[in-house]
Design a protein. Sequence first.
Lengths: 619, 842
Amino acid sequence: MDQLLVLFIGLPLLSFFVTLFWKNRNERPIGLVVRYTKVAYIILSVSYLVWWIANGLTPVSFKLATLYRSDNFVFALELFYDEITAVFSIVGALLFFLVATFSKYYMHRDQGYKRFFSTILLFAAGYNFIILSGNFETLFIGWEIKGLCSFLLIAFYWNRYLPVKNALKTVSNYRISDVMLMLAMWMMHHLTHRNISFTDLGEAKQIAAQGGAYAAMGVLVVCMIVLAATVKSAQFPFTSWLPRAMEGPTSSSAIFYGSLSVHIGIFLLLRTHPFWEDMLWAKILIIVTGAVTAVLSTLIARVQPTVKTQIAYSSAAQIGLMFIETAVGFHWLVLIHFAGNAFLRTYQLLVSPSVLNYLVHHQYFHYEAPRERKLSAVAASFYVLGVKEWNLDAFMFRFVWSPFKWIGVKLQFLQSYIITTLLVAMAFAIVLANRFNAGLLAGMNVPFPEILMSVALMFVLSSFSSRGSALKAWVLLLAAHACIILAIWLTAGQIASLEFLYYAGGIVSAFLLGYYCLQRIHGIDQDILLNRFHGYVYEAENKGLLFLLAVIGMLGFPITTAFVGIDVFFTHVDTHQPVLIVLLALCFLFIELAAFRILLRIFMGPHKKLYHPVAYRSS
Amino acid sequence: MADHSFDEAHVIQELKHFLPSQQALKDFIHHNSLHAFQHMKFYDAIFKASRIFGYQVHLQLTEYRDLYKSGRIREDILNKTIVQKKGKDALAGWKQKVLDTPYDVINHPRVGQLRKYWKEAYAFDLDNAVQPRLFRIVCAFLDQGIAVQRMPLSDRSFTQAIREIERKSWVSFFKTKKIRQQFLEGNYSLTSLLKQIVGDEAYFEQYLFDQQFAHHGWSGFVSAVEDNPHTLLDRKQICLKEFIEFELLLELDALHRRLGENWQPLADHVSSPPENLLADIPKTEFAEVIELWQDAFEWSYYDGVLRGILLAGDRPVAADKTFQAIFCIDEREDSIRRHIEAVDKCCETFGAPGFFGVEFYFQQQGSKFYDKLCPAPVTPRYLIKEYEATEEKKHEPLYSKLTHGFFTGFFMSITYGFWALAKKAQMLFRPKMSPAISNAYAHMDRHSVLTIENKRTDDTENGLQIGYTIEEMTTRAENFLRGIGLIRGFAPIVYMVAHGSSSANNPHHGAHDCGACSGRPGATNARVQAFILNHPKVRAALAARNINIPAGTQFIGCMHDTAADVMGYYDEEILHAENSRAHLLNKQHFETALNLNAKERSRRFASINTRQKLEQVRQAIHNRSVSLFEPRPELGHGTNTLAIIGRRNMSKGLFLDRRAFLNSYDHNTDPDGSILAAVMRPIGLVCGGINLEYYFSRVDNIKLGAGTKLPHNVMGLFGVANSSDGDLRPGLPWQMIEVHDPVRLLVIVEQSPEIVLQAIQSSPEVFEWYKNEWVHIVAFHPPEKQFYYFRDGAFSTYEPLTRVEEIRVIHNMETFIEGAKEMETNHIVHATEENLPVYLLD
C-alpha cells in the first residue's frame, strides 16, 4: 500500500502528459481525460484515507527514488502520509474535482481550453508532491511546479498587459520563497550532515538544541522556513501579490488563490513544526506575522470595492489566524480552519460574478442613505491606508526590487560579448591556477570565490535590468551560471565530474534551446529589445512554449539534471561562508526573474503588430 | 494642432461625446458603440473612428477572404456589389484587388501619439504610476455596496469627499507634499494643471484625449454617471472634469515624486507634432476593398431572405381563431412564434415592442427605488406600484459581509465553509434557482396587485401620477392596437407575451432582458396593458373610436423566460369559464412549443444533446439558466440581422433562424402612413442599437467589447474589469457575440416606398440611421410584390439574385434541427456555419 502513494503524483502527471497530445479544439477528449483523472483522484484519496484510518493512523513513509548519491550527499525522493497530508489530500481532491467539473463548462471554447486543463493537472501533481513529500528535496520539486503553474495561470491571457505584469510580480514573490527553501535545505544539510526526512526533524531539533553554531543554524533554518511560508501564503508584508494574482479565469483563481495554493504555507509550517516547536521566539515570530496580517488584511478587505480583491484579503486574514493557531499548537483546529476557509473562498470566487445581481437586488430593498457623520482623523487615515493597501505593494517594489534594478542599470556595460567572455575567461584562469597551484591563491588572501560569485551576480543583475537585446541578456545568464560553477569549484577545491555534468549539462541544453528560440524570433523583425513588450506568442506560439521550457531549465526546474546539480552545488558552500551563500542565493533569485522577464517581454504582452485588435494596456 | 486657443468646456464636451456611454450594468441599454460618429456615413465613420482610436471596425481582410472560400460570401453577390459600386468595366480589376492583392493592414491610431513622449523623454511609465491609484479611488467612491465600509463622505461630490478625507487623514493619497497641498487648497484649474504638465496650449486637447482614452472604460463611466446619475441607486456626484483634474494632479504628483524638479513640460519633448486627432482621413483603396467585402457579406445573406419572402405564399389564419398572442419584436421570439403556430394552426401571433405601449415607473413592493419600464429615451410621468406581494425574498449567506470580518470570518469559515462545499456540489450536479441567480420572475410577484387605474389625478408620488386615467388608458390601448394592425378579428383570448431572462453568475444579465423595457423583464408591462384592454370603460371608449373588442375576448399578461424557456401567466383567475377551459388547452400548446423552442436553441449548445427526448432537452435548457458554471445561459441577441415590419404573412412561411426582429404592421389599416411613422421611430434606436453593439463587439471584442468574461472582476456593482487594477470593460463579452455574424441590420417594411420614405423622414434622428447607412432598409410593395432598396436618398428596385431552387424547404423541423451543423471553433468562418440561411417551411 505504501507504493500507492506514488499514484497521487503519477496519476495527474500522466494525465497532464496525455492532454498535451490534443489540440485546443478537441474539448471532448481533453474533457474525458480530466473526468477520469478527477474521479480516480478522488477515489484514490478517499480509499487511501480509509485504509490509513483502518490501519490505525500510523504515518506511512515510502522511499521513491534516489536521484544522486555521493559521499556527503544523497538526493532522494521520499513520500510521507500522515494526518496533515490526509486533510490536505482530501480537501485537494474535493476541490480539484469540483473546480474541474465547473471549468469543463466554464472554459468551453476558450482560446486556452487545453492550456487550462493541462496546467491544473500539472498543478495537482505539484500539490501532491508537496503534501506527500517526505523530505525537503521532494517538497521543493512540488514547490517549483506549483510556482510554474501559478505563473501560467496568471499570465493565462498573455496578450494583455496586466496579466503579464502581475504574473511577474507574483513570480518574484514566489521566487523569494523558493530561494528561502533552498537555503533552508542547505542549512539543514550542514546542521544534520545528511538529507533529513521530515520524520527525523526531531533529531535535527536536538542537534540545534546543542547551542552555539548549531543553534544559530537552527535559527536560520526556521527563519527561512517561516519566510518561505509567509510569502507563499501571502502574509505580511507580502500580501499584495494575492489580489493581483487573480488574473486568470475565475475558476483558476478559485482553486489557486482561493484555496489550495495559498494555504500551502500553512502546510509547510505544520510539516516543520517538530523542528521549531520548542523555540519560543519562532512561535512569537509566526504569531506576530499572522496577527499583523490578519489585522491589516481585514482592514484592507473592509474598504475594497472590487469583489475578487475583497475575497483575496479576507482569505489572507484567515490564513493569518491559521498562522497563529499553528504556532500555538492547535493543529486540528488549523486543519479544520484550512478546509473550511478553502471551501468557502473557492465558492465565493466561483460565484463572484453573481454578486452584482444579488447585491443590487438587495440594495433595492435595503438601501439606506448614508448619514452625515463626523469624520475623525483616525477613521480617515485608516480608510486611506486601506484603499492604498497599506502601501504593501509599493513597499515591495521600492525596498526589495528597485535597489537591484538600480544596480542592474549601472551594470549595463557588461552587455558586451567581449567583456563577458573576458570575465568568464579570467574566472576560469583563476580556477585553473588554483587547481595547479593551490597555495598560490591561498597566499594572496583574497576572497576569490566571493569575487567570482559577485561577478555572477553582476551578470544576472545586468541581464535583469537589460533594455537591450534579449540574446545578450540570455547569454549573460549562461555566463552567470559559468561563474557560479567556477566559484563553487574554487571554494570546494574538488567537484565530482558527475556533479559538474548534472549542473552544466542541464544548463547548457536549456541555454541552447533558448538561444535557438530567440534567434528565430529575432529573424522575424530583427527586433528583440527588452525595452518593451513584443507579444510574439500571438504569431509564434510554439516558440513561446519552447522558450518557456528553456527558461525553466535555465533556473534549475526539475526538467533537467541541473535541478539535482544545483542542489548538490549548494552543499559545497560551507556555513562559515555567509557572503558566498547570500550571493549565491541572490543569483538564483534573479536568474529566474531575469529569465522570466525575457520570456514575458519577448513573447507576452500586447502584440506589437497592429494588424489585428490588440488590447489596451489598461486591460 | 492648428487651433491654439484651449476651451475647457468645449473639449470636455468633445470627450464626453466620444467616450463610451455605457451606464451601470444593471441598466444594460444597447446602443451603437460608435454613436459619436453617427452623423457620418457608415463606412466613412468607421474608418475615421478606426484611425483615431485604433478600433478594428470590420472583419479582417483574411477573414473575408476565408468566408469567400468557404462559400459564405457568394461570388455572384460579390460581382454584383463590385459592378454596382465600381462599374461593369472595373469588375476584373477590383475582383483581383478584393481577392488577392496584399494590403498593409497595420493601423496606428492617432490617439496616444502625444503622451508616448513621457516614456521617450524620461523612460517613465506615467500610466503605471497613476492609473492603479486613480481607478481604486474612483471605484471606491462610486462603489454601490461591495466594500464593507463605504467611503466616508461619499454623498458629497467626488472632489469634496476626497479633499475632506485628505484633509483629515494623516496619510495621503498623494506621494508629494507639494501636490497634496495644491489639491487641498484647490487653487488649480484644468488649464492651469495642463500648463504645468503639457506646457504648450496647442497640445492640451490631444493630451486629454490621449489620457482619457488610455482608460476609456472609467472615463466613459464617469461621464455616463454625470449625465445619468440615476443609473446608480446610491447616487454619486461626479463629473468628468473633476475626474480629469484629479488625474492630472496624480500625474503631477508622480512626476514630482519620480523626477523632482528635473523635468520639463511634455511639449518640450515633442520631436514631431502628432497629426490632428479629428482631421478627416483620405479614403484608401484598402477601405474600398473592405466596403466591397462587407457589402457582399451582408447581401449574401439578405438576398436569400428577400427571395424567400417572395416565395413564401400566403398563410391565412382560420376565421375561428383559438387565441392570439402578442410577442415582443425581439428576434429571440421568432422561433417560439413559429413553433406555437405550428402546434396550434388556428392561433395568430403578433409582434410589438415589448413595453406594450405603456410607459411608466414601477415600484416593487418594499423597494426603495423605481424602475423605468419603457424604452430608454422615454421619460414616463406615471408610477405603478405593487401591493399584496406574498413571495418571500430569500437571502444568501455567501454574500454576507460577515465572511470578511476578523472573527466572524473565522466562524464562518469553520462552519459555513463546509456547508459551502455541499452547496458547491449541489450547484454543479443539481442546479436550481437560488437567491444568487437573477430570476426574471422575481421582478414582480405573480399574485400581487398593481395600481394601474388612477382614481384621482392628484394622487401622485414624487411628481409621478399613480396609474393612468381612463382617457390615458384608452389612448395607449388604441395606439398599441393600431400599431400592430389588430383592430378587428379578435380571438377569445389574447396573450400579451412579455419576455425576460434568468441567468446565473452573469453580470451582463441586464443585456438579456427586454430592450424596450430599459433592460428589465417586461412582465409588468404585459400585465398593465392586459388590464387596460380588459377594462370595460376602456372597451367602451375604444368602441367609440371604431375598435370593437367582443365582450367575450379577454387579455392575459404572461412572460416568456428566453433563457429557461418557461412561460409564466398572470391574472389567470379573471378568465370566464369558457376561456378558462380554452386556456388550459392553450397552455399545453405553449408547453409543446416551448419544448420545440428549447430543442431549436439547444443545437447551439455543446453541452446539450439535441437528439434527446424533447422533455430532456427542455430540462437541460432550463438547467443552463440556473447553472453558475455556464457562461452562456443564452446567446442573447447574437445573430440578429433583420427587422421585418409588416403582417405576419410575410414571414410566417420562413425559417429565419431567430435572426429577425418581427414587428407587426398592417399597411391596409394605414393608407397614409401616419401609423408607420410611429412604428419606425424606435426601430433604428432599439434594433439598430442592438445590432451595432453586437457588430462592433464582434469585430473588435478587445477594444469595443468586454473580452472574455471568464476573468472578469465585478467593480463596485456597476461594471466589470480585468484584474484588480484594470480599466472598466464596456461592450459585450466574447461569450455573447461569438455566434454573431457582424452584418448591419436590414429593415424590410411591407409598404409602398413613398410611404416608407415619408415615415423614416419624419424626424432627423430617425432618418440619420438610414441616410447614413448604419441600417439598410428595403420597402416591400404589397400589391406589386416588388422590393425597393434605399440608397443615396431614394428607393430603387431590387431583384434578388438567389435562384428559386436555391431556397430549400424544411419538411420536418425536428430532424432539420438535429442535422444542423455545429461550429468547430469560434473563428468567424466556423462560427458562421452555425447560422443557417433562410428556408421555406413545409
